[in-house]
Design a protein around this ligand. Structure first.
Ligand code: CA
Length: 229
């Protein structure tokens, strides 16, 4: 069963949440303030966090941000009634949902199930991985070429991950447009070809003669499976 970190400074409310979720079969880890929440997240590696915003010491936003520096984990932010919820701030901190007190325990459980399911499906590979001379750090969304970080834009990063993640598989321009727009609605603006060209400038020793990001004429683009001779 999933392990949930419940962060709430009000002991009575924390106990109510703990007892309810334990009864549903979850394993519960508790914290009463922000710093201990960060420490407990490290020690216990929860599958999701229920995070009160107003906490002694560092607040819930900051605690969530620090927890997610270590590992991507779904976070449900909880604010008191009447508190202004800064959604943007919450999403920067990586929260996946919000609840306003008082909430029903059933609603909490329903939302928890949603973020746990989402986390299980859409979880990107978080560990560093390497392909040929490149190393990818998914948590920081960075790609290194022979240990040198590449100054990729977010769109270039996603395009590169699409291709490098499945070496040898040819993606047509339409495939690429579909995949990238599916993830968010950022307009690709310029054509795929132009983006490929810009990525080549960053990753290829000689962009005019690509070794890694290759063209299959009439079909599309693919990433080299092996180091070219
Ligand atoms: Ca509080």
């Amino acid at each position: 069963m999933a392990r949930i970190l419940v962060v709430e400074d009000e002991p009575r409310l924390r106990k109510i949440i703990r007892d309810f979720l334990s009864a549903q079969g979850y394993e519960i880890v508790e914290a009463g303030e922000g710093l201990s929440a960060v420490r407990k997240a490290l020690d216990h590696q929860p599958d999701a966090v229920i995070m009160d915003i107003m906490l002694p010491g560092i607040d819930g936003y900051e605690a969530a941000r620090r927890i997610r520096e270590d590992r991507i984990v779904p976070v449900i932010m909880v604010s008191a009634k009447g508190e202004e919820v800064d959604r943007l701030k919450g999403f920067e901190a990586g929260s996946d949902d919000y609840m306003v007190k008082p909430f029903s325990l059933r609603e909490l459980h329903a939302r928890l199930k949603v973020v746990l399911r989402r986390g299980g499906e859409a979880q990107p590979v978080e560990q560093r991985w390497s392909h040929l001379v490149f190393t990818v750090d998914p948590l920081r969304r960075l790609v290194y070429s022979r240990d040198k970080p590449l100054p990729l834009t977010d769109l270039q990063y996603r395009l590169l991950m699409l291709l490098m993640g499945r070496p040898g598989v040819v993606f047509s321009r339409d495939d690429i447009l579909d995949r990238l727009q599916e993830e968010d609605h950022e307009s690709l603006g310029r054509t795929v070809d132009a983006h490929i060209k810009n990525i080549r400038k960053l990753i290829e020793p000689d962009p005019a003669r690509p070794r890694y990001l290759l063209t299959r004429w009439g079909a599309g683009y693919y990433f080299a499976e092996k180091e070219p001779l």
